[in-house]
Design a binder for this molecule. Structure first.
Ligand code: NAD
Length: 497
């Protein structure tokens, strides 16, 4: 099959309208939220800002569908057939989904087509395949008893997603929740709502009963909070910032003691020891690890901790990797670099860089913005040296393409610098001495460790999730399906009847 031409006219893209509730798009007369195109800052469209009443309508629809549609009670393999068809439809509509992602998020169309859309389909397919593989346990009880642990769905799961990678984030939340037999009400980020709504429409086309997967649009503090607090939401699965995660955890505790899965922020280190097999490869891993999606990835490796003996050579090799990075409209198939999502986020990056410079940091390379990009904020990759663990750009999740550089002299010092006081999402370790790399792996508190590589593969079996304030629980892997089910302990006496 030949690759379609991916260049497109952004003004010709059809946007889903309203909310997606009970298997259909619903228009409301609620206040509208303007959605901008990050690529050029122009107005893309609007979504309604759901009131608590609309959230209640969506959750009631989901609850009713969960009780009556047979989704929860049919065999997992029957659910898997629908999820598999859904994944096929996602693949089939890859071009239009990639276009939707490219107009409203920070994803260049070629990357959305080559990775975001197929990864989204793969995540759904993975959970379809896993649906009947985790059935609970038989307990070791007395011989005249039978004890077992049965898994069952929670009911309606509330999912809340961020603006980065909207398609993938939706599949990470919905794949396990739906495979386990739950219904879902999802609130996407108000900045990137459209591709999620289209996924919900495709789920119904694939045969998912109306009301099992719903999307409500709106702002976090109102719509998101109403979802978290709703009495018929049995669990919350959230991806976003650590600050919002704490608010949601508190809300979930105060409104029904609901369990939460929280995938939160990070400030991940790239620890490079003195001996690496291939310096060019290491430099490529580090460059792509902090500029992917314009640095707006939770696992972005934004703190380089490098042995003094190779620091200059590695920094030169990283600079060489960054020289050809170029901005361009996200609807042009040759664009490979992402803009910052919004003016507010660009201002936050600028402030943290300025505060870092005021505290002594030195710009070693890049910085500022590409010109000739309309109103889009395409931040040039930047390297900051002369920093300490207290420098704002080292301490805070900056969410932009800025790499700080620190050096060390021995293994203990390098590992100590790699640790972060509050975050523990991911870490990269680069060393040709596997013993050294594994020692560091054991000592660094991070939910994911990549050795001599950086970034996720397409292996959906590998879960993702953070330690410390980077999160609670896992997305992907068997763990995500297990976390979408509650476990009932059953004990039967044979001879009491
Ligand atoms: P955010 O926390 O501002 O918003 C995330 C979502 O929460 C949005 O849908 C928002 O509307 C909603 N929200 C905000 N306040 C709320 C409230 N009081 N109650 C309920 N919902 C509320 O995050 P963001 O800026 O959209 O996304 C970037 C953040 O997400 C970064 O910190 C990044 O590290 C994190 N992230 C983490 C992962 C992961 O897997 N760990 C993946 C992607 C992004």
């Amino acid at each position: 099959m030949s690759t379609p031409s991916l260049d497109f006219d952004p003004s010709a893209v059809q946007l889903p309208q309203g909310h997606f509730i009970g298997g259909a798009y619903r228009q409301t007369d609620e206040a509208q939220i303007a959605v901008l195109r990050p690529s050029d800052g122009k107005l893309l469209g609007h979504v309604p800002d759901a009131s608590a009443g609309t959230v209640d309508f969506a959750v009631s629809n989901a609850h009713e569908a969960w009780k009556t549609s047979g989704w929860a009670t049919r065999s997992p393999r029957e659910r898997a057939k629908v999820l598999t068809r859904w994944a096929e439809l996602i693949d089939h509509h890859a071009v239009s989904l990639a276009q939707l992602e490219a107009v409203s998020s920070t994803r260049p169309v070629a990357q959305a087509y080559a990775s975001d859309v197929p990864f989204t389909a793969e995540a759904i397919r993975f959970f379809a395949e896993l649906a009947d593989k985790l059935g609970g346990d038989i307990a070791a009880t007395r011989r005249d008893s039978l004890g077992f642990v049965a898994s069952e769905p929670y009911g309606v799961i509330g999912a809340i997603t961020p603006w980065n990678f909207p398609l993938s984030m939706c599949s990470w939340k919905c794949g396990p929740a739906l495979a386990a037999g739950n219904a879902v009400v999802l609130k996407p980020s108000e900045m990137t709502p459209f591709s999620t709504m289209r996924l919900a429409e495709l789920a119904v086309e694939a045969g998912m009963p109306a009301g099992i997967f719903n999307v409500v649009n709106g702002r976090g503090a109102t719509t998101g909070a109403a979802l978290t607090r709703h009495p018929d939401i049995s669990k919350i699965s959230f991806t976003g910032s650590t600050r919002t995660g704490a608010v949601i955890m508190s809300d979930a505790a105060m409104h029904g003691t609901k369990p939460v899965t929280l995938e939160l922020g990070g400030k991940s280190p790239q620890l490079v020891f003195e001996r690496v097999t291939n310096l060019e490869h290491t430099a490529r891993c580090i460059a792509s690890g902090f500029i992917a999606n314009g640095g707006q990835a939770c696992v972005a490796g934004t703190r380089l901790i490098v042995h003094r003996g190779i620091a200059d050579a590695l920094v030169d090799a990283i600079k060489a990797q960054l020289r050809n990075v170029a901005a361009g409209p996200l609807w042009r198939s040759t664009t490979a670099y992402s803009p910052i999502i919004s003016r507010a986020q660009a201002e936050r990056i600028d402030r943290l860089v300025e505060e870092s410079r005021a505290s002594g940091a030195e710009v070693l390379f890049g910085g500022g913005y590409f010109e000739d990009t309309d109103e889009g904020f395409f931040h040039r990759p930047a390297l900051l040296g002369n920093v300490t663990s207290d420098t704002p750009a080292v301490r805070e999740e900056l969410f932009g393409p800025v790499l700080t550089v620190q050096t060390f002299d021995d293994e203990d010092e390098g590992i100590a610098l790699a640790g972060h006081p509050i975050y523990g999402l991911a870490a990269g370790i680069h060393s040709s001495d596997i013993g050294q790399a594994l020692r560091a792996m054991r000592r660094i508190a991070a939910g994911t460790v990549w050795i001599n590589r950086y970034g996720r593969s397409g292996d959906m079996i590998i879960p993702t999730g953070g330690f410390k304030q980077s999160g609670i629980g896992k997305d992907l892997g068997r763990q995500a399906l297990e976390a979408s089910m509650r476990h009932k302990s059953v004990l039967i006496d044979f001879d009491a009847m």
